[in-house]
Design a protein around this ligand. Structure first.
Ligand code: UD1
Ligand code: F6R
Length: 719
């Protein structure tokens, strides 16, 4: 959804043109997440303001539409590229409209005031108390330019800055940020810049991801940054006093800071820059050239640096004078980590490039032989038929003792839970329920301390799933993540878990994450039942089956030409499509239907084959296209009987069956799509590939921008 990108250079000369290019490229790497407008802010020229003396003007360029429209606007506006900055902070944003339509006034960045633009903000997330804040700020004379919740944040910065000045305090940027955060409710990832703090940026998050990439030739003394907890008494007093100002929003008289007896703090007292951080001190204490990249997504940072630091909720990253400081508004509580590690991204640049493929979705479908292999790499010993999941090993005894397993997810990730539920129950003999995160929360479903809650997510940032995770954590359940994005909120907030290691998934339609989640869940089930001798045969069968999956997926991908022709000749002009499956293949039918809907905009429905006769059969005639999954497993005879119910009503289904299976007479089916046979519980991994390809080719034939289907975002970070 919304994306944030920021760039700070220190002692690395960059002209404005280069800075703008870096910001726009950063936004381009965030495009896949879905957005409707884009914008950035950079420094303009120095001018004499009278009140503030020499200050820097700013240039904000923003517009609805794609990043390429923004690029064109930069050219059309003839933004001067030439001025060189040896220290500069630029911020940029892609917006997914929540408050206010996608029009220019609502695009980010937002500013505190039209006159000088003292504070400029980009923001992901939603400020839930924005209406009260807006009303308060309006009453204090602030004028709003947009309908967004974000603009309140920029105005609050100025409001507090002015209050501080009136009280004789010249606040440090991070202290000011703390004062503003004190008033915000809801979720945010945000960056702020200001001419009062030239070359500096503050970034903070709550429930919305933010990371800082660091590029420097300097050898870091340690691979972490110390967290600087609140310990400045006078800052705390000031914060408390100013906090009271806005608390009076709900108060009787709308009292101001002065009314409340705001206590001035000696000038400069809060401006002391206490440096507890060790990572960014050079050995000889001389300033060293460094660049910082702040982003909501590692995919936009990896081309510059692989050294990143993921912020925790409520962290404030303050970048100034070539140093990165992590502050917290609170004093340290017991057990709270005092450092943030600087990690090395394992992602490669080519993983986020399309290569020879036309779309990311196509690339990701064709990557599945590799991505499924990577999910198993180093975790399955095919010689001894054992599975070791490093992230779960220590937790397995606890999970084995749990009362039940609840799998919680949304969309495609939910389907991977459905696809593996049965093998989980078979191998673990623990009852498993599968929940859609939003419904689970709506019902306020009971959760107990002896439950194990498994959260499955590609992005690790889906709001519904994160809220469900917090709900389960509050109730003391053990939480396990099955997540693709390393460093994501879900991966960090769960007690333990498995990274599916599918590599970045950029296409909005999830494909390779599905097959990798599926495999990770099967491996999880296998490791839970590892010590059971009676199941050794079944284990061996599944593990040997898993070993062949990457090659078998390669085989299935060879169906592409046949599928392309099928879409061209027979499916293009259809309005609706049914997918029939039962047992393991019900999840495949649901997943296929979701893919077709979201990418080709064709109505499609996954139907449990056993339910056909209970209503859906009324739709069947010689025209409605139907895809039936009839691969060999214990339910095969029942699936065949459903197919016969269809053919008896002149339906001519497209049948996904096993290679060489001549069970269905040719004149009764439209066509067959033959896939290799594997173990029953793994067959869905192969059967889903043809429907991924069908959805892709239907969409391409209909001229749809496959990687950016309308109304959808890659990572759904709002409820
Ligand atoms: C880890 C390393 C991998 C290395 C391997 C070698 C990471 C991210 N992975 O992989 O690079 O090659 O050791 O031994 O450093 N976790 C959660 N929630 C989740 C997902 C994971 O809490 O949703 C936790 C796990 O419990 C674990 C850690 O994150 O503590 C890493 O998980 P994972 O990458 O799956 O572990 P390994 O496969 O052991
Ligand atoms: C469908 C799709 C969505 C996601 C869903 C959950 O192709 O991509 O249905 O599966 O929004 O997202 P994650 O897995 O990131 O939690």
């Amino acid at each position: 959804m919304c994306g944030i990108f920021g760039y700070v250079n220190f002692l690395v000369d960059k002209n404005r043109g280069e800075i703008v290019d870096t910001l726009i490229e950063g936004l381009q790497r965030l495009e896949y997440r879905g957005y409707d407008s884009a914008g950035f802010a950079v420094d303009g020229k120095l001018f004499n303001d009278g009140d503030n003396g020499e200050i820097m003007s700013n240039i904000i360029v923003k517009c609805p539409g794609k990043v390429k429209v923004l690029r064109q606007k930069v050219a059309d506006d003839k933004i001067d590229r030439s001025d060189v900055f040896d220290n500069h902070a630029g911020i940029a944003h892609t917006r997914w409209a929540t408050h206010g339509q996608p029009k220019e006034q609502n695009c980010h960045p937002h500013r505190s005031d039209a006159a000088k633009g003292e504070f400029i903000v980009v923001h992901n997330g939603i400020i839930t108390n924005f209406a009260a804040l807006r009303e308060y700020l309006l009453s204090k004379g602030h004028q709003f330019e947009s309908e967004t919740d974000t603009e309140c944040i920029a105005k609050l910065f100025k409001h507090f800055y002015d209050l501080n000045l009136k009280a004789g305090v010249s606040p440090d940027f991070n202290e000011l940020t703390k004062q503003v955060l004190h008033e915000l409710e809801g979720s945010y990832g945000l960056l702020v810049k200001s001419f009062h703090y030239p070359g500096e940026v503050c970034g903070t998050r709550k429930g919305s991801p933010l990371l800082v990439g660091v590029k420097t030739d300097r050898k870091l003394k340690v691979d972490f940054v110390d967290v600087e907890f609140e310990n400045n008494a006078s800052a705390a007093v000031a914060q408390q006093q100013i906090g009271q100002t806005l608390s009076s929003l709900n108060g009787p008289n709308g009292a101001t800071a002065q009314d409340l007896g705001f206590i001035p703090v000696a000038p400069g007292e809060q401006n002391l820059r206490t440096s507890q951080s060790r990572a960014f001190l050079s050995e000889d204490d001389l300033p060293t050239p460094v660049e910082f990249f702040l982003s909501s997504d590692p995919a936009s940072v990896v081309q510059h640096t692989k050294k990143v630091l993921f912020l925790e909720d409520d962290d404030i990253a303050h970048i100034y004078d070539g140093e990165l400081h992590i502050h917290r508004a609170s004093t340290k509580s017991a057990g709270e980590s005092t450092v943030r590690p600087i990690q090395t991204l394992e992602m490669e640049l080519n993983e986020i490039m399309k290569g020879p493929f036309k779309h990311f979705m196509q690339k990701e479908i064709f990557e599945q032989p590799d991505s499924t292999f990577n999910t198993m790499r180093g975790r399955i010993d095919f010689e001894n038929n054992t599975v070791t999941l490093g992230g779960l090993k220590a937790w397995l005894p606890t999970i084995r003792r749990c009362r039940r397993i609840i799998m919680i997810a949304c969309g495609t990730s939910y389907h991977s839970c459905l696809a593996t539920r049965s093998i989980f129950e078979e191998l673990t003999e623990i009852p498993v329920s599968v929940e859609l995160a939003s419904d689970f929360l709506d019902r306020r479903s009971p959760v107990f301390r002896d439950d194990t809650c498994v959260f499955v997510s590609q992005s690790g940032e889906t709001a519904d799933s994160i809220l469900a995770l917090q709900y389960c954590l509050e109730r003391g359940a053990l939480t396990v993540g099955i997540v693709n994005s390393v460093g994501s909120s879900m991966s960090r907030q769960t007690h333990c878990g498995v990274h599916i290691n599918a590599g970045p998934e950029i296409g909005v339609a999830s494909t390779k994450a599905y097959t990798s989640q599926y495999i990770a869940l099967v491996m999880f089930a296998l490791s839970l039942s590892n010590d059971s001798i009676s199941r050794a045969g079944r284990h061996e069968e599944i593990i040997q089956g898993l070993q062949k999956i990457p090659d078998q997926i390669k085989q299935v991908l060879k169906l592409e030409d046949k599928i392309k022709k099928l879409c061209n000749d027979d499916l293009n002009d259809q309005k609706s499509l049914l997918l029939l499956g039962r047992g393991y293949q019900f999840a495949t039918a649901l997943e296929g239907a979701l893919k077709i809907k979201e990418i080709s905009y064709m109505h499609s429905e996954g139907v449990l084959a056993g339910e056909l006769k209970h209503g859906v059969l009324a739709l069947v005639d010689d025209k409605l296209p139907i895809i039936a999954f009839a691969t060999r497993d214990s339910l095969f005879p029942k699936t065949m009987s459903a197919i016969e119910q269809v053919t008896a009503r002149d339906g001519r289904p497209i049948v996904v069956c096993n290679e060489g299976d001549a069970i269905i007479s040719n004149d009764k089916v439209h066509t067959t799509l033959e896939v290799p046979q594997t173990v029953d519980c793994l067959q869905g991994l192969l059967n889903v590939i043809p429907v991924q390809l069908i959805s892709y080719w239907l969409a391409v034939n209909r001229g749809i921008d496959v990687d950016f289907p309308r109304n959808l975002a890659k990572s759904v970070t709002v409820e």
